[in-house]
Design a protein around this ligand. Structure first.
Ligand code: ATP
Length: 375
């Protein structure tokens, strides 16, 4: 089922009654989510992710704009009539019911023609439990399960009624690091198997990048960029998106363009044909540095982090906004920790320029702006 958001807006009265201006939680969000995809809604706290999800589920009504499931306008439909499956951060299972009863619960509300016999409900619950691999735990109560298992029950409960759209709001936040990793892989597998259009809310960029077909990066209610995770990482539209994606984060330097060259301090690091003189931010991804004795950029070496497969060189530079610059090189590279300086050249496709005032991307060299549809 494709989901279409058409100029979706949601404003709330300010929670602080003394402030008369409204909060714009979602601002003019237009997007067509293709059938069967997993979309990650990503952004910092308060950017409007949960509100967007609630507008899709029907838990909130938009101030303006419409929501379509396929060609049907569902904007005025209740959550039940929209047939969505919802999973939240806190699993919200019924403590006095067994796993089987919890999963079956949504099926008991079917009325009239849709009413199911107990046998069919048992069957469907078992099917959903198998999908999330908890079918051996059917008679347990929630307090006899681990956090990861409880979240699987919640997912099975959302899937049992065969929803048109599955909506997950920070479903992994209550799990420890190992379980998070495991459960996010599970969610990806389940989504692939069921092919249900899924929208997944998270503030964790790594989580969103690792499982989403498409990510939507939001800030202050506004969608900044939509695209395949790798495309957004490789081609951020502005400084906010560039900084939000990537671990270690992008290294951001204050710089300038002068005589068609990009400068960090006094070092001319790359050509920028066609760009006039201006102040810029220069973002260099950690993998964008190449150790080179003749390199243009000299950094103060602070340490090495040997990770096995690769090595992170930790350094500083007076023009860098990050406290420490992290550059990743292959583990075979020989660097002497007692060196005071390291010299790098930089990869043009891993180096981004941003307007010093607005943070908007400035495309230079072979880089060019692409829209989500073109990517
Ligand atoms: P988080 O990751 O912290 O859950 P979020 O990105 O999901 O954040 P939302 O919960 O959608 O963000 O909130 C977006 C904005 O709308 C925030 O400024 C929030 O304070 C505000 N907001 C959300 N719900 C209401 C409400 N019922 N009344 C007033 N303001 C609200």
């Amino acid at each position: 089922m494709k989901v279409v958001l058409d100029k979706l807006c949601k404003r709330f009265p300010n929670r602080d009654k003394k402030i008369k201006t409204e909060v714009i939680a979602v601002d003019n969000f237009t997007f067509e989510i293709p059938d069967g995809t997993l979309v990650g809604l990503l952004g910092p706290s308060g950017c409007g992710k949960s509100t967007t999800l609630n507008l899709i589920s029907g838990l909130e009504k938009p101030t303006s704009g419409r929501v379509f499931f396929g060609d049907t306008d569902v904007t005025d439909m209740s959550p039940e009539d929209r047939c969505v499956g919802l999973v939240f951060q806190n699993y919200a299972l019924y403590p006095h019911l067994t796993v089987r009863q919890n999963i079956m619960f949504p099926l008991q509300n079917f009325k009239g023609e849709k009413k199911l016999t107990k046998e069919v409900m048992f069957e469907k619950a078992l099917e959903a439990a198998k999908l999330v691999q908890i079918d051996m735990l059917m008679e347990r109560k929630p307090n006899e399960l681990s956090g990861g298992q409880q979240q699987r029950v919640a997912i099975a409960r959302a899937l049992v009624k065969e929803p048109k759209v599955l909506l997950l709001d920070e479903p992994l936040s209550n799990l420890d690091a190992r379980l998070r990793l495991q459960t996010r892989e599970e969610i990806r597998r389940i989504q692939r198997e069921t092919k249900v259009t899924t929208i997944f809310v998270t503030h964790d960029q790594e989580e969103a990048m690792s499982i989403s077909d498409i990510i939507v990066v939001m800030k202050d209610g506004v969608v900044h960029q939509i695209g395949k995770p790798q495309d957004v990482y490789d081609d951020p539209i502005n400084l906010f998106v560039a900084k939000f994606l990537g671990t270690p984060p992008i290294n951001v330097f204050k710089g300038k363009v002068k005589n068609h060259m990009i400068y960090i301090g006094n070092s001319a690091i790359l050509k920028a044909d066609k760009i006039d003189d201006r102040e810029v931010y220069v973002g260099i991804r950690p993998e964008g540095f190449v150790l080179n004795d003749e390199g243009e950029l000299t950094l103060d070496l602070k340490g090495l982090e040997v990770m096995g497969r690769d090595t992170t060189i930790v350094s500083t530079h007076e023009c860098c906004e990050n406290v420490e610059i992290r550059s990743i090189v292959s583990a075979e590279t020989v660097i002497y920790p007692n060196m005071e300086k390291v010299k790098f050249s930089v990869k043009p496709l891993k180096t981004f320029l941003f307007d010093a005032e607005t943070g908007d991307r400035i495309y230079f060299g072979r880089q060019e702006k692409r829209t989500y549809e073109e990517a």
